[in-house]
Write a protein that binds this ligand. Sequence first.
Ligand SMILES: [Zn+2]
Length: 117
Amino acid sequence: MSLTYVPAELRRRVRDRAKGCCEYCLVPESVTFVQHEIDHIVAEKHGGQTSAENLALSCILCNRRKGTDLTSVDPHTGQVALLFNPRKHRDGSLPVAGLAHRAADAHWPCDRATSWP
Ligand SMILES: [Zn+2]
């Protein structure tokens, strides 16, 4: 939950950049029953800013699952791993394959840690 009001123009910019798709699972808003939300990738309680760089369009399921967390347990290793960050992990250094890329058997720890149980 955002503590800070996100101005309409910034919301529109984030939504346009994401092309209407959840930046975590890539589900298009057009196929969901609930409007996607503006998510602070790094939650405000952890010092995250209300800026385009730190905001992501998120479906309600991903936003509720992620909450304000930054890490989770990698189900393969049992080690703490960073959650998927659409600004850091979608820069070409990690594969992006849509819904399947955040599966429990994914290659990258951040994808496994962010996967649905
Ligand atoms: Zn999603």
